[in-house]
Design a protein. Structure first.
Length: 342
């Protein structure tokens, strides 16, 4: 971002060029089984791909609530969906989807939502826009915030955190085996030259961490992933969604999540299993016979997993959009209403 532009100005000027290819496009919306009059939530508005399909399938009497903490995405949608917003069919929410329960309560829609879809992770726009600082492929300011109006940038974190904290972040969120070595490099270098650009950080890691030139994975990949997840509290937001999203759904409402790496998928899988009562059922005594209804009651089951295995992209989708190759779609259906009291 140039010094002559404010974040708001930059968001407005970038809005019309927000580009993102939605992964598992048809599959993810189809699993929600929307029909005329449905009320749906798109947790990750982005370029509006899923939102557009939801609006189409929900029909003229349906409604979509679309979340995004990126002002660029919000401004882009204001332009693209002007008529739908004016008609009251689309409501834009500038917020992290982890706040879904309070935001939906504020709209008076608790218990009326038919389906929720969350396409987790960073969008193509974020990766391709150098001024957002998400990727080392294009040099730009080391920012990485999805909402540039608040929070700590990656550069600010690296300038103030101690070596152990940096190492822990890179290891926990990037699963980088050389996290301690990389953290030491960062702390040594910042004494002389603070990190302000993506290239300065990527070049340091590439110059000191051994990697095969023929490898498809740059040595800074895991570190950049870790910093992005940490700066945006991505896993915390996902946990909040999985804990609170089912509470706002109507009976038989569906929550679907698309994840892109093992950390996200593990959280989604375990949380959904817990909602089915599987964890509690395993604690019930095996020698005592229970009816299915009794098991459901004792295990506090609130949902059922729609498919036993995650849906993954087709070979054709991976060929046309290589970034989709690690995507996994999991979904649950609410089978027991939650108490109105939170």
């Amino acid at each position: 971002m140039s010094n002559s532009q404010t974040p708001a100005q930059n968001s407005a000027s970038s809005a019309a060029i927000y580009q993102h290819v939605s992964v598992l496009f048809q599959e993810s919306v189809a699993i929600l089984s929307p029909k005329d009059g449905s009320i749906l939530v798109d947790c990750t508005l982005g370029g509006g791909g899923h939102t557009s399909l939801m609006l189409s399938l929900a029909g003229p009497t349906g409604r979509v609530i679309a979340f995004d903490r990126d002002l660029v995405a919000i401004e882009n949608a204001r332009i693209r969906f002007q008529s739908e917003i004016s008609a009251g069919r689309l409501t834009l929410v500038h917020s992290a989807f982890g706040r879904i329960e309070s935001e939906i309560d504020g709209l008076g829609l608790r218990g009326k939502i038919d389906g929720i879809l969350a396409d987790i992770g960073v969008s193509s726009h974020h990766l391709d826009a150098a001024d957002r600082g998400f990727s080392f492929m294009n040099d730009g300011p080391l920012d990485m915030r999805m909402d540039q109006s608040q929070g700590q940038s990656a550069a600010e974190f690296l300038a103030s955190a101690d070596e152990k904290e940096i190492a822990d972040v890179i290891f926990k969120f990037g699963e980088e085996p050389k996290s301690r070595f990389i953290a030491k490099l960062i702390c040594e270098r910042r004494e002389a030259t603070p990190f302000t650009t993506t290239k300065s950080l990527a070049d340091l890691i590439a110059s000191k961490v051994f990697w095969k030139e023929a490898s498809r994975k740059h040595p800074a990949t895991r570190a950049f992933q870790a910093l992005r997840i940490f700066v945006n509290n991505e896993l915390g937001e996902l946990e909040s969604l999985l804990n609170n999203g089912p509470k706002i759904l109507r009976l038989n409402g569906i929550l679907a999540v698309i994840s892109f790496h093992s950390l996200e998928d593990r959280i989604s899988k375990q949380a959904m299993q817990a909602l089915t009562g599987k964890t509690k059922r395993q604690e019930l005594p095996r020698e005592i016979p229970f009816t299915q209804a009794e098991v459901a009651l004792l295990s506090e089951s609130h949902a059922e997993i729609i498919k036993p295995f995650p849906t993954i992209p087709s070979d054709e989708e991976i060929r046309t959009n290589p970034r989709s190759r690690s995507a996994k779609l999991r979904a649950i259906r609410v089978t027991k209403e939650y108490s109105v009291n939170k």
